[in-house]
Design a protein around this ligand. Sequence first.
Ligand SMILES: CCC/C=C/C=C/C(=O)SCCNC(=O)CCNC(=O)[C@H](O)C(C)(C)COP(=O)(O)OP(=O)(O)OC[C@H]1O[C@@H](n2cnc3c(N)ncnc32)[C@H](O)[C@@H]1OP(=O)(O)O
Length: 417
Amino acid sequence: MRVKGCFIVDLLSVVGLIIDRYDTHHRGVIRKLHNHVCFVNSRAVMGEEGRAENTTLRSASVEDQWGRCEVPYPHLLGPWLEINSEAAESFVLSPSKAPGLCRGQRAMLSVIFRSALPKYGWLRLPAQTWVRTMSSSDGPASPFTTLAISRPAESVTHVQLHRPKKLNAMNKTFWREMVECFNEIAEDQDCRVVVVSGAGKIFTAGIDLMDMAGDMLQPEGDDTARISWNIKKLITKYQETFSVIEKCPKPVVVAVHGACIGGGVDLITACDIRLCTQDAWFQVKEVDIGLAADVGTLQRLPKVIGSRSLVNELALTARKMYADEAKSSGLVSRVFPDKEAMIAGALEMAGEIAARSPVAVQGTKLNLVYSRDHSVAEGLHYMATWNMSMLQTQDVMKSAQAVMEKKSPKETVFSKL
Ligand SMILES: CCC/C=C/C=C/C(=O)SCCNC(=O)CCNC(=O)[C@H](O)C(C)(C)COP(=O)(O)OP(=O)(O)OC[C@H]1O[C@@H](n2cnc3c(N)ncnc32)[C@H](O)[C@@H]1OP(=O)(O)O
């Protein structure tokens, strides 16, 4: 069988892979079907006990009767649901479209295949083809067209706005995909913190003025009431695109370079930590296109920046605010010399957060958001109610013990949440 007209592939003999759910903890099995190539039992990788301390393994070298194999992130194998051989085969033929596989499974298979390919030459696809198919240079396997998702470090998800040729302008697809993406992240136990950034020249040019004009300027409805009703529904839907960031229990660090215009400001004000580069500028641009910003800036920016006067000035004049003022006003907490330094800083910060108890971290985020919108008394009441259950976590004891032993949080392993 020819794949992309390049190389002969004997599916039955070289392709099959099974990732089994091995048990509820971090053990997994990758089995090459039809007696070929490799059998990796992560119990062997992790030792008989499969202890949690081993879950920090970046990769493991495993030897079995068919030879040695590098297994990336062996502890991640356990949680993936069973992938049958048919799905694995279809994945090899068409990684981005394989039916019946969720995004996580596709991403995991791609890592495994890429790791194993050079070793065994299972599929002699040219490297370029593989890279392009999985688009690993633009972000790994992702069902999204406007976002590139990757896992740069354990428990850290990197979401890149990814329409660089259009300066990451927010088209209809983007407004939908952000909701899907963050709803998935909220449920993803392997993610404890999110970094958001923009691919290409700038962070974002805001709403896609070409793609969105139809929705806004030609609303549906037989009369004023129905048109209004539909517009309200539409705006409410678009508001959700950034509200999902705030509702997501995982902290979100946003890293802004170049311009952050219009909808970009709505987006970043829904994030928990804002960083930028020295060349960054921010613009509440909506009045320039004839609207009052309606997806979050007017509600959240005043809670982010202390000075209402400054918020009003920015929103009413649409003037640009540059990095130094963004820092001094409290819009961002850190300014980096360039994008590379900023992403490194964002990932380092994300690593610090991810290393801590997810019970503590997620409880902190949700209570901070709640308290922002309520009185101190209400916030305290909510906090007490929250912690009456959350304080019973084993994480308190583990963390306290680590502190007493002068260990870094990174040396402590917390269960998934
Ligand atoms: C529905 C929910 C409510 C949401 C409301 C949100 C409102 C807003 O976001 S208001 C802000 C809208 N955005 C703008 O007004 C910015 C428009 N863009 C620019 O001013 C310039 O592009 C910019 C200063 C950012 C950069 O200029 P530069 O010369 O460096 O690049 P360009 O050649 O202009 O752009 C490169 C390609 O990107 C396309 N593009 C840029 N911005 C948008 C946009 N907002 N919508 C759609 N497309 C955009 C631009 O057309 C170029 O594409 P191409 O011609 O195909 O090369």
